[in-house]
Design a protein around this ligand. Sequence first.
Ligand code: URA
Ligand code: CA
Length: 446
Amino acid sequence: MRTVDLIQRKRDGETLSTEEIEYLIHGYSTGDIPDYQMSAFAMAVFFRGMSAKETADLTLAMARSGDQVDLSSIPGVKVDKHSTGGVGDTTTLILAPLVAAAGIPVAKMSGRGLGHTGGTIDKLEAIEGYRVELTKEQFLQQVTDIGVSVISQSGNITPADKKLYGLRDVTATVESIPLIASSIMSKKIASGADAIVLDVKTGSGAFMKSLEGSIELAKAMVEIGEQVGRETVAVITNMDEPLGLAIGNALEVREAIETLQGSGPDDLTELCLLLGAHMIQLGGKAATYDEAREKMEQLLHNGEALDKLKRLIAAQGGDKELADHPDRLPSAAYQAEVLAAEDGFVSHIDAEELGVTAMMLGAGRATKEDRIDLAVGMVLRKKVGDAVKAGEPLAVLHMNRNETMFTEEMTQRTRRAFTLTGNAVKKPPLVYAVVSKHGVQMLHNE
Ligand code: URA
Ligand code: CA
């Protein structure tokens, strides 16, 4: 097999076999195939696409390129969840205990934040004493014992994807549906999921800006799931504003606790109930979506999900009392209100801009080596659709620095992220569509 022939065939729109795709991914992993040939191949895929079979083959080849987590010793259907990246997306902290309370084993490996997006592992480190590193045996034992564990991803999951993603980033080949779909699905499959629920974000703050593109991506991932025997459901959700109100690590842990206490922001609560319902339905704990949804609401409101969070925190060495006393979380020294300059209605909130601002406050990393400040971030006071009077706060910054120039710059950046208009604005829908093996169910057409 010659790499150049495979590139040429893909360039000409032909279909590659399982063995040919395996050869490319294996060769690229070992370094036998150089970056320039893989770049040309990625560009050929960008223009020619891939069949469902090719996309599934690529996914499996990448999933097998490194460690594969074996969860088979844990009884039950292991359902994983993945979000295509958001700002202030606190869902994992809520969903893990919520679906575990319904009897779904949650063996979750999460990552750290980079750039404008946060990571669940950083958020968990805001809980004093919580250990994010467990041995494989401890991890499996804990899920068997209490039904849930959330730990930091091992270093060697899908190395081929890591290398290819890095290459795509600098060769203008990220925005290819088969390449994105296989990249995401390979990581979930290598992490041991039997079934997968995907939260595909759409809108200005998301990776896929258009609803059509997001639905195509969701369909490609559901199809991969079908091809490799891991049932997958994708929910297309709005990212034209951040999810919930808090952005920042300790602030988001507090928001997660409030949500599990039943007093969280409406959009975050709704998204967790929806994703959780799909997860327990896939896990066989409910026959219909409505039944699953009712169960999720029950477990949120009767305190069992919050109780599961306490057991999770305690099992991993953290202070479980924190779930009743979130004021014990790290807090920042200074708060600054960001005031509206004029009257109006919020029509848009630039999630990426706020994510970058939170990073500059110290809540995130510009490079992998940066240290983060767990206490800082911001809490929104207004969301899309809300009426605002001049001088009212749009958001509150939580800071550990208070130089005038810094505060001024952060305040201005935050204010600029809010777009106000003179006319009343309708609250945007949270969920646009659900994509499953049964097809696309549109919930909102706006
Ligand atoms: N997220 C991923 O993990 N991979 C991609 O290709 C794009 C987004
Ligand atoms: Ca949030």
